[in-house]
Ligand binder design. Structure first.
Ligand SMILES: Nc1ncnc2c1ncn2[C@@H]1O[C@H](COP(=O)(O)OP(=O)(O)O)[C@@H](O)[C@H]1O
Ligand SMILES: [Mg+2]
Length: 289
């Protein structure tokens, strides 16, 4: 019997031969909900974009999709229309704040694992077209460890884990890292500590997680940086304007900006080329088997 992923595999091969510029894929996740994952994802993307990178935000939060709401944009088409083959990827990409490209989430995301071979091929063929179109694709996944989120974490080149300094958030962030690690996959995790009162609190939180991960899992989890706890974020959410745009001089915006500056420095010196969308789909494909 023809296996489900054959069409996909052929596509990956075609893309390999074309040798287009690679796109880096980042998955953003958290243990607990409400820790600021979507706000961090969106503003991280906008800050990268303002440094000249082309970025696409892909809302993959099942049920709680809200990247569009944070920008005050109503989305006509979303991922559901792609999965159901009603629209092409180009038709579901929308323009948000500062012309940021984004794909709105949809309840249809639950269907990813139940797609028919034909739908899966279509999805892959469409997503593949993004390779080289943008420098970064950033997936905002749901909190906690659903099967779908897991696939995104395992397939992406790097995973940002967002946590606050609260013990419950820390424990849940660690639980995610531990579970992914226990599956024997080599995932590049980086911590983002959100809602810190000061740099010291952020550092202490990051050190706690890094220490436990090193001691019990034998892995290194570096901190990407900290975002300050700041009422501007909530004000910006209410205005439906991303906080780095609404309040560029706020403590939250400034700390996020310096986090992104550090990330870009690291990105520039990384040297190794990203495996791109094809690498992502290759891994996804193995997981779907
Ligand atoms: N750095 C911050 N400072 C103050 N409040 C924040 C900050 N980050 C997030 N929040 C608050 O938390 C709420 C939830 O953020 P959101 O990004 O939707 O979380 P998640 O995507 O993790 O569920 C926001 O609406 C805002 O009120
Ligand atoms: Mg969210």
């Amino acid at each position: 019997m023809k296996d489900q992923a054959e069409g996909l595999r052929n596509l990956v091969q075609i893309q390999n031969d074309k040798g287009t510029k690679s796109t880096r894929i980042i998955t953003v996740t958290s243990g607990k909900g409400g820790v600021g994952k979507s706000n961090v994802t969106l503003n991280f993307a906008l800050a990268l974009q303002s440094q000249g990178y082309k970025v696409l935000v892909f809302d993959a939060d099942i049920g709680l999709a809200n990247i569009d709401v944070l920008m005050g944009v109503s989305s006509k088409y979303n991922l559901y229309h792609l999965l159901k083959k009603e629209k092409t990827i180009w038709e579901i990409i929308q323009k948000g704040s500062n012309n940021l490209d984004f794909i709105a989430g949809g309840s249809g995301f639950n269907d990813l694992i139940r797609l028919t071979e034909e739908e899966l091929d279509y999805f892959a063929e469409q997503v593949m077209q993004l390779n080289g179109y943008v420098d970064f694709i950033i997936f905002d996944t749901g909190a906690g460890l659903s099967k779908e989120t897991m696939k995104f974490i395992l397939a992406a080149e790097e995973t940002f884990v967002v946590t606050t300094p609260e013990p419950t958030s820390i424990t849940d962030a660690y639980a995610i890292i531990k579970m992914v690690n226990s599956m024997g996959h080599d995932v590049s995790f980086k911590l983002i500590i959100n809602r810190v009162t000061d740099w010291k609190e952020g550092k202490q939180t990051a050190d706690k997680i890094a220490l436990v991960a090193n001691q019990f899992l034998g892995i290194q989890i570096p901190a990407l940086g900290f975002v300050e706890d700041d009422s501007s974020v909530s004000k910006a959410v209410k205005k439906q304007v991303p906080f780095t745009i609404a309040f560029p001089n706020s403590a939250a915006a400034k700390s996020l900006q310096s986090l992104v500056d550090d990330y870009i420095k690291g990105y520039r010196v990384m040297g190794t080329p990203s495996s791109g969308v094809k690498g992502f789909l290759n891994k996804m494909l193995k997981l779907l088997k």
